[in-house]
Design a protein around this ligand. Structure first.
Ligand code: NCD
Length: 322
């Protein structure tokens, strides 16, 4: 086993910060192999069990982790927050202790509280994978986003990426921005309503690492299209707004403020190779007619969740390859 592979063994995946550029590239190469030589990995994690511990709604992340685990010959248990004891007021620590007692081989956690994945990782021996902790991070989404960029452009270095929408509460853009700074000469444009700007702590971190980014208002969405290789649209994270009147007011102000329209694409002088990504689910922020344009890459992007997560599980679990 080579050195890079060893670095993945038994590892938690809490923040994209924890992964070096070299490790990410190794993961993507493995994901490419998992995709092209599926049969070689079919028994990789035979007998291993993954616990998908989702306290929030999920379609793609949960399904793709489960499909990934099955594709490696492993199994998943079923945990449904609606029928579990969570609604009875059990605290997070007790829940984590219970999971530790049952001893799964992997725990994949999604929870509305920032920092919850770290808390689970501190209490559980098995590798814990953060599938989204509140508004904080979603590292495996960033992994599949980068993998999708590599597929679309053949590289990540030097790309200029616009991220648009709810950059304040959107955990996917936090992880993606932190990931992009690892690649040479990448640049970002952050486009958002004033009240939903990229958090200061992330901007500060990017600045201190000399990552090149600028910020624009949503009125500049159309204008920005010709300046970038990719635009990464995100939905308004309504469920993360403050509760009560403040949150309602904020939502009223920002909803429908930004929509990527087909006419904007037609009106822009786009770069030769331009794509639109979105972590999904999308709501109103992309006009449906855009789905049929050659720029819509989000359906390809979501497919990449399976090989990237399978590669990650294979490496972390020290899986066997034929
Ligand atoms: C995202 C999430 O949960 O943060 N979804 C996903 O995992 N693909 C984005 C979102 O919910 O808007």
């Amino acid at each position: 086993m080579d050195n890079l592979q060893k670095r993945f063994l038994g590892r938690d995946v809490i923040s994209i910060r924890d992964f070096s550029r070299e490790e990410l590239d190794f993961l993507f190469e493995t994901a490419g192999l998992v995709e092209s030589r599926k049969a070689d990995y079919a028994h990789s994690l035979e007998g291993a069990v993954l616990a998908p511990w989702f306290f929030e709604k999920s379609s793609r992340t949960n399904t793709s982790f489960q499909l990934a685990m099955h594709s490696l010959g492993g199994q998943c248990i079923n945990f449904n927050v609606d029928t579990s004891s969570v609604g009875k007021g059990e605290n997070l620590k007790d829940n984590a202790r219970m999971l530790q007692g049952y001893n799964p081989d992997f725990a994949v956690i999604r929870h509305p509280k920032d920092g919850s994945a770290r808390l689970f990782a501190d209490l559980i021996d098995a590798p814990v994978i953060n599938a989204g902790d509140g508004k904080n991070e979603h590292p495996t989404q960033a992994m599949l986003d980068l993998y999708s960029m590599r597929k679309a452009f053949g590289r990540i270095e030097g790309l200029k990426v616009a991220m648009a929408g709810d950059l304040k509460y959107g955990r996917t853009v936090h992880s993606l921005a932190l990931a992009l700074q690892k690649y040479c000469n990448c640049e970002a444009l952050f486009i958002s309503p004033e009240s939903l700007r990229m958090p200061a702590h992330i901007r500060d971190e990017l600045s201190s690492n000399s990552f090149n980014f600028s910020e624009l208002g949503v009125e500049d969405l159309g204008k920005s299209l010709g300046e970038v290789d990719m635009i990464y649209m995100t939905r308004v994270q309504r469920e993360r707004f403050p509760e009560g009147a403040d949150g309602d007011e904020l939502y009223r102000k920002v909803t429908s403020q930004y929509t990527l329209k087909k006419s904007m694409l037609e009106g822009a002088k786009l770069r030769n190779h331009f794509v639109i990504m979105h972590p999904q689910p999308k709501v109103d922020e992309i006009e449906p007619s855009v789905d049929e344009t050659p720029f819509a890459y989000y359906y390809e992007q979501e497919k990449n969740g399976v090989p990237v997560r399978a590669a990650l599980l294979h490496l972390i679990g020290g899986g066997k390859k034929k």
